[in-house]
Design a protein around this ligand. Structure first.
Ligand SMILES: Cc1cc2nc3c(=O)[nH]c(=O)nc-3n(C[C@H](O)[C@H](O)[C@H](O)COP(=O)(O)OP(=O)(O)OC[C@H]3O[C@@H](n4cnc5c(N)ncnc54)[C@H](O)[C@@H]3O)c2cc1C
Length: 436
């Protein structure tokens, strides 16, 4: 009797969404799963986005990594979709393909002066302090006044990192150069600016409180009268945010080390400066408001991440075109065998945990489709990649990187110190390949 090969699923992206999807798939005793990532390291934004001083959230990696214990799961790092492999090749080699590539770009303000040196995206800043090997250095010398445009959790993260005493970050996994840069910085003021009121801001209360409680800072509120906000039907979290802000303002020290200014109901209209950003002009967005010009040596725009189209995959409105995770052609017709999870499926919103439910929905549909889909002969992608000179890294390579980071941290009395240079990461990968 001819043997029937177990079904094979490819996942592109080893971030939280991809790993939640993999865990849901291997619950099926038959399936084999190959997880691809352009990095030699799994975990996506959990490794390269979640703030280094949020150790308890970082620990979710231990849960996510459990999926690698299955001998039906492979990790293929250093394989970039669009460069090393195409959609057609994956579809030919797997019974189903799940795209889990997250949102790799950011929204722009679209205003004059946005590209002046000193004006950067919060995404780049986050990538830098998280030790992403693609991140550009983010010099902070001479930065006294910083403006963060946006009032979401990412804005809160970058403001906190700028305002915190760097000594309190020295136990995190931040690369040495990053800690050095933060230690030599002399940030005095951070402005956090929102287009609407504090009751509409998307930051969550625990993250906001943590920022407001940064030791030694004074907090002011500009652009609105907190006490006058009395909208009917205000949600509980909005009320909690207002109370937290009011309390921080009332309890601010008389002689603070640093300042946090929360400016609401304003939008930036121009960045100006001679060669370097020096000021941001804001216009009011509410009747009766006044234009404000704020001194700034650094501007971080934090108005949202943005999905990047994958070549050959239908894309619409910053996401892969899909219905409940099933990829659709742009005209709405079915595109069997291709699926999406996480930020590239639903847009760049939601916490790590949101991706679990989201992945369960997609995997539910995938398994239902597989059950009725006739099997077809599959191509061997490993051979295609090898012929192309693409040599994927594997789990052993990731473990070597992991151990090297832990060892690096140990020397410094820290749990881990990130390895942030491509050549160091690749040396560790090659160390394994030589031994093979
Ligand atoms: C700055 C920041 C801080 C955050 N802090 C928190 C927090 O404290 N708590 C919390 O719960 N949530 C937090 N989140 C949200 C959380 O990170 C996301 O919900 C989650 O990471 C989204 O998962 P994802 O798998 O869709 O995308 P990602 O995490 O971005 O993973 C995508 C993966 O795909 C890979 N990839 C991308 N393109 C390709 C390609 N072409 N080929 C191969 N691989 C590719 C990437 O390398 C990456 O590994 C934060 C988000 C940000 C941006």
């Amino acid at each position: 009797m001819p043997t029937v090969e177990p079904p094979r699923v490819a996942i592109v992206g080893a971030g939280p969404a991809g790993l939640f999807a993999a865990a849901a798939l291997v619950a099926d005793p038959d399936l084999r799963v190959d997880i691809f990532d352009r990095m030699p390291t799994p975990f996506g934004l959990l490794r390269y986005g979640v703030a280094p001083d949020h150790a308890s959230i970082k620990a979710v990696a231990t849960t996510l990594a459990r999926v690698f214990e299955s001998d039906r799961v492979r990790f293929l790092g250093l394989v970039e979709f669009g460069r090393d492999v195409t959609a057609a090749e994956l579809v030919a080699a797997y019974d189903a393909v799940i795209y889990a590539v997250g949102a790799a770009d950011d929204r722009r303000l679209g205003i004059p002066g946005e590209d002046l040196p000193g004006s950067r995206s919060a995404r780049q800043f986050v990538a830098w302090y998280s030790g992403h090997p693609d991140a550009e250095p983010q010099p902070l010398a001479g930065v006294r006044d910083a403006v963060v445009v946006g009032v979401g959790n990412v804005a809160v993260d970058v403001a906190r990192i700028l305002l915190k005493d760097p000594a309190s970050l020295s136990s995190t996994d931040m690369p040495d150069q990053v800690l050095e840069e933060l230690r030599s910085a002399e940030v005095e003021r951070v402005w956090l600016v929102g287009r609407r009121g504090p009751q509409h801001a998307t930051f969550t209360t625990p993250e906001l409180r943590e920022l407001l409680e940064t030791p030694g800072i004074a907090v002011t509120v500009e652009g609105c009268d907190l006490g006058a906000i009395d909208e009917p039907g205000l949600e509980r979290h909005a009320r909690a945010n207002l109370a937290a802000i009011a309390r921080a303002v009332a309890e601010s020290p008389a002689t603070p080390d640093r300042w946090l200014h929360l400016l609401f109901w304003h939008r930036p209209v121009e960045l100006s400066g001679a060669g370097l950003v020096q000021a941001v002009r804001f216009e009011p967005t509410a009747p009766g408001g006044e234009a404000v010009t704020v001194r700034a040596d650094l501007v971080l725009r934090s108005i949202g991440y943005l999905g990047v189209p994958l070549p050959g995959v239908p894309f619409d409105g910053g996401r892969i075109h899909n219905h409940e995770g099933r990829v659709l052609e742009l005209d709405g017709s079915a595109r069997p065998g291709e699926y999406a999870v996480g930020w590239i499926k639903r847009g760049p919103v939601g916490l790590i945990g949101s991706n679990k439910k989201d992945a369960a929905e997609t995997v539910g549909h995938l398994l239902a489709d597989l059950a009725v889909q006739p099997r077809r002969p599959l191509r061997n992608l490993d051979a295609t990649l090898a012929a192309r000179g693409v040599r994927p890294s594997d789990l052993a390579d990731w473990r070597r990187i992991d151990e090297a980071e832990i060892a690096r941290g140990g020397i410094r009395g820290r749990e881990r110190t990130k390895i942030e240079a491509w050549h160091d990461l690749l040396d560790l990968v090659r160390a394994g390949q030589v031994k093979d």
